[in-house]
Design a protein around this ligand. Structure first.
Ligand code: ZN
Length: 135
């Protein structure tokens, strides 16, 4: 069996020389293993000693540098799962509302711009008058 990632929607497989590393479920530490499963979000998933997650699901601070190589910390829990990590439509709506509120000052500047154009229209009219007088 080739080593592949147990995360939903993740198609990473172990490739020799690849930057993606694979970590086995900590089945010897049931408490930690259950945290991994919870974070994974796969209902009824029972990790076996061959179940792996790839390094893309761990925050950078889950790793420890040792002699130039990165090791997963013993208590690290994977947290990055794009399939289950949707912010939800409600959050997006709130963002849009915030943006709408910020539009108001722009309208004020538009008003000023139209006032400026009125002034320039007057200037043009004056110039037309001058041109008439000159001719
Ligand atoms: Zn993965």
């Amino acid at each position: 069996m080739p080593v592949s990632c147990a995360a939903v929607g993740c198609t990473n497989r172990f490739i020799k020389g690849s930057e993606i590393r694979f970590y086995r479920f900590p089945v010897s530490k049931p408490q930690l293993a259950s945290q991994w499963v919870q974070s994974l979000g796969r209902k009824g998933f029972i990790p076996t000693p061959n179940s792996c997650l790839c390094s893309e699901h761990f925050e950078q601070d889950c790793f420890r540098d040792y002699n130039g190589r990165q090791f997963l910390r013993e208590d690290a829990v994977p947290t990055i799962f794009t399939a289950s990590q949707s912010p939800g439509p409600d959050t997006l709506k709130i963002e849009l509302r915030k943006n709408r509120g910020a539009v108001a000052p722009k309208d004020a500047s538009k008003v000023q711009a139209s006032q400026l154009s009125t002034v320039s229209e007057k200037e043009k009219a004056k110039e037309r008058e001058r041109a008439k007088l000159g001719s």
